[in-house]
Each structure stands twice: as structure tokens, then as C-alpha cells.
Design a protein around this ligand. Sequence first.
Ligand SMILES: NC(=O)c1ccc[n+]([C@@H]2O[C@H](COP(=O)([O-])OP(=O)(O)OC[C@H]3O[C@@H](n4cnc5c(N)ncnc54)[C@H](O)[C@@H]3O)[C@@H](O)[C@H]2O)c1
Length: 321
Amino acid sequence: MKILITGCAGFIGYHLTKKLLQKKTFKIIGIDNLNDYYDTKLKYARLKELKKFKNFIFFKVSLEEKKKIQKIFSKFKINFVINLAAQAGVRYSQKNPDQYLNSNIVGFYNLLETMKKYNVKKLLFASSSSVYGKVKSKIFSENLITDKQISLYATSKKINEVFMNFYGNIYNISNIGMRFFTVYGPYGRPDMAYFKFTKLIQEKKKIYLNNFGNHSRDFTYIDDCVECIVKLIDLVNKKKMNTIVNIAGGRKISIKHMLKLIEKNLNIKAKISLKPLQFGDVKNTFSNPKKLKKMINYKPKTSLEFGIKKFCNWYIKFYKI
Ligand SMILES: NC(=O)c1ccc[n+]([C@@H]2O[C@H](COP(=O)([O-])OP(=O)(O)OC[C@H]3O[C@@H](n4cnc5c(N)ncnc54)[C@H](O)[C@@H]3O)[C@@H](O)[C@H]2O)c1
């Protein structure tokens, strides 16, 4: 099977691509524009790992470049698309709105139109827990009405879901939108709290804890996330789907607890300063795991203790500390 993975040099894209390449039954066509939203060294390092596989081919291209995307579809007989490329980040969307419009909305639209043109009928795409925004419920279930996003990033993901519902219905594209909940792990994203905290602790700099440290998150370890995606590929292949699902780790964890684990693994005490709630921040995220369990009979395996340990070990090795 030939799978096109967008954002393959990104955090989730890299881990998923590697997992599928190891299976050897897949040929992966990876695309990424390698933008400098965060340290590109990390993106090139991930790509270097992927290029070791013979069944991998890479193109540096943006989703906005419709003609180039079409050329890739015309060259390879792609059976399946996994869209992970996006401009991520909540606070960044306040200052750089254009990038969210271009990458996440125009880019996604280009991809869908190209799939339509080349008759590709299977898709998984990345959405986000941020879509839940200001919903009143403490547990986020997929059937809740999500009409109160609080950042342009979240809005762009909601628009993706709405687009997909239309393309799925009208053009018969079997698809699932994956609402990821705070995915973390080795080769992770430097703009995310666990990564920033590790760097700041290591450099003995002050950490500002937003919302006075009272945030909590449903952390998802990268291997668990990848396991879900692999199972969802199978599902979309076997059955006509047009739905959304939460992908989460299954435990509500306070940011303070996560910070303690990083301190323990680095054996350094953090310097902490408390700050009020920041723009776009959802205070707590906790997924209702029922739908995911029903769809793929999945139970998260990795504890935060183990996951943070793996991340810290990777961090120390990668940055040669
Ligand atoms: N990591 C998480 O916790 C999390 C949570 C919710 C949703 N998501 C979503 O999951 C997906 C993957 O996230 P990630 O953590 O791997 O992020 P990432 O930023 O590490 O990966 C995204 C990759 O896409 C590439 N890219 C961005 N815009 C592009 C464009 N227009 N054309 C081509 N390539 C482009 C980037 O260079 C990057 O390598 C994203 O859509 C993100 O919004 C992630």
C-alpha cells in the first residue's frame, strides 16, 4: 500500500512514518515544508532517520503548492493519505494568523481537492483537543457541540473537520479526524510545555507556570498515539468511515505533577514563577475514551512516569548534556 504522509518530519509524522516503514508492507511518500516554527535541526534529524529506509521517499513541499502536490499524486499511485502537516501552536496563532489560514485551511483544502481529482478515497487527518475550547463539560466526548474555540489554531482544526464532513459525504472519502490530546515523547515538539520545562530546568532558568500551575492535561505518549493511528488505518481501509475520534492517554494529569517528574529525572530543582491564565489556553483537557475503545479496542499502555523518563533520556542524549 502507498501512503502519503504530510508533515512526516514533524513529531507525530516522524514516529508514525518510522513505525509504518518498519512494517515493510508500506511504501511511504513523505512530504513536509520543513518550516522554522521550531528548531529545524530536529526536523532534519528525524528525516535523516527516515531516509535510512528504502521504502521511503521524501519531497520538500508545502500543502499550499497545489501544482506540486498534484504532481506527486500523478507520479505515485497513492492509496491512502494521512494529513499531519499543520501550523501548530495556540499562542503563535495570535501573532501569525496568516500561517494558520494558509497551512491549515488552504493547505488542507488543496489536499482534499487533489484526492478528489486523483480518486484517492482514504484519509486520516489531525485535528486537536483544542477544538473543545470552552465547552462546559469536564470530560470531552466527541458528541459534544464544539462551537466555542478560543484560538485561531483551534478554529482552523474545527474548519478541517467541517470540510472533511462535506468531502466525506459528497465525494465518498472514507476518513477519520483524530483529535489528539497533548502528545509527548522523544523527538518531541520544542514549543510544548514538557519540552520547554526540560530545557529551562536544564539551563537553570525560571519556569513560568500559567494559570498558577492549575492546568491539567490528558497526556498521550507518542507510542500509544502511533498505535492508535496504525489501527485506524486498518479501520478506514476496511470500512467506510466519516467521523471524529479523541486520541488520548486516559489519565488527567496536573502540569505540576508532570514538572515534578521532569525534576526527578534531571535531578535538578526547578525555579518556578506563577502566572495567570494565558491567551487561548484551555484549563483542563480530559478525553472520554469510550469511542476510541469501541472503534479499535484500544487501551493506553504508557504511564506518564515511564513516558517522561523516556523523553528526558532522549533529551539528554540528543542535546549531548
Ligand atoms: N503534538 C500534539 O500534542 C498535537 C495535539 C493536537 C493536534 N496535533 C496536530 O497533529 C499534527 C502533527 O503535530 P506535531 O506535534 O507532529 O507537529 P509538528 O509541528 O512537529 O509537525 C508538523 C509538520 O508539518 C510541517 N508543515 C507545517 N505546515 C506545513 C505545510 N503547509 N506544508 C507542508 N508541511 C507543513 C512542519 O514543518 C512540521 O514538520 C498537527 O496537525 C497538529 O496540529 C498535535
